[in-house]
Ligand binder design. Sequence first.
Ligand code: SUO
Length: 441
Amino acid sequence: MKAREVNFDGLVGLTHHYAGLSFGNEASTKHRFQLSNPRLAAKQGLLKMKALADAGFPQAVIPPQERPNVAVLRQLGFSGSDEQVVEKAGSQAPQLLSAASSASSMWVANAATVAPSADTLDGKVHLTVANLNNKFHRATEAVATERLLRAIFPSETHFCVHEALPQVGMFGDEGAANHNRLGGDYGEPGTQLFIYGRDEFARHAPSHYPARQTLAASQAVARLNQVNPGQLLFARQNPAVIDQGVFHNDVIAVSNRQVLFCHEHAFVEQASLLACLHERVAGFMPLEVPESAVTVKEVVESYLFNSQLLSRDDGSMMLVLPQECRENERVWRYLNQLLQEDNPISELRVFDLRESMANGGGPACLRLRVVLTPEEMCAVNPAVMMNDTLFNRLNDWVDRYYRDRLTQADLVDPQLLREGREALEALSAILQLGPVYPFQR
Ligand SMILES: NCCC[C@H](NC(=O)CCC(=O)O)C(=O)O
C-alpha cells in the first residue's frame, strides 16, 4: 500500500459573513456588507467533500473555530459578561466585532504548512501552524488551529504539530497556500517549493497590495518541519501580480506530483525556476498559461488556479474548479483545450462554491493536503474522515444550527453566540475532538 494524499477541508462556520476585512483580496473588498448565507456556504463545502470522497479521493474535515472570539474582544478592552462584551464591541466598533466573528478559518490552505514523512529528517509528518500575521481577523486563528490540529493528529509517534511563528510582520506566514510539493509517487521524497512575496532584508515587495508571506517565514517553517535541505527550493512570487489581487500563490499556481499548472507571470525569474525544477523533479511537466490565453485579471476573477489537481491510481488527473471558471468563456475554452493536449489532466469537475468565493476562497483555499502512509492514516482521528454517515450527520447538524442569512448587523445578537456554542458542543462530540473550544474549558 502506498502513501496517499488526503484532503482535509475546512467546514464553514456559523458566522460566515462578508466584512471586507482582507485588503489585497479583491473579492473580499467587492462583497463587503453583502448578505451571506452560512447554511448554504457550509452545504456547498460539504457537497464538494462528499463528491470527492465518492470519487475515491480520501477526504476529511477540519471543524470551524468558536466565533465570536470573546477572548480577543476582551483583550481589546471590551468587558462584562460574554454577551456584554459582544454587545459593546458591536455598538462601539462593529468592524472589530466582524473581525472577531469571521469564519475565515474555513480556508484551511492557510491553517498550516505540511511536510510528509518522506521529506523530513525524523520521518514524522510535520505541520507548522500559520500565524496569518497580515490580517488581524486571520491572525487570531492560530492558537485554536493548533489545538484542532492536535485533536486531529494526536499521535506523537507519527505527527509533530508546531505552534505558529512569532506574530510579527517579518515572519508573516500563510501556510500551505504558498507552498508546493513536486515529485513522483506521494510516498517518495518530493521537492518542496516555498513561495514568498516579501523579503524584508532585500526590501522586495509589491507597491499597492501587501505581500503576506516572507522569505524569513518560509525558511523558518522549512526548519521547523525538518525538511531535508536537499529537497528545498524558495522562489519569489511576481510582485506585479500581487498588486493585481493575487494575495496567495495558490491564486496563480497549483501543483500535483510532476505537474505545475501556473500562469506565465506567476513567479519572478520564472524561466530559471522552471529550469531548476526540470533538474530536480523527474518527468517535471510545467503547464504554463500565457497572458494571451487568460489574463491575470481573468485569473483573479475566475480563480482558475485555485483548483485542486487530484491524481487517480492510473496516473491521470482531475482538475476541481469553481463554477466561475465555466462562466468565463475564455477560461473555459482554455480548459477544454488543455484536456485535448498531451498532459495528465483528463477531467474537469466544477463545483458551486459561491459563498466562499465571494470572500476570495476557492476549492484549493478550502483544503489542506496531507500526504499519509497507510500507518499514519490509521493514526488520524478516525471521526474526521468523510463518508456517507459523517456527511449525513454534518448536513443534519448544519440544518439544525445554521442561519440562512447573516449581515454584519446580526453579529451583535447574543443569541448568535449561544447558538454557536450549542452547535460546536454537538460538533465536538460528532468529531470526537474532546473539549477543544474555549467555552468548553
Ligand atoms: N485562501 C483564501 C483566503 C481568503 C480570506 N478571505 C477573508 O478573510 C475575507 C473575510 C471578509 O472579508 O469577510 C483571506 O483573505 O485570507
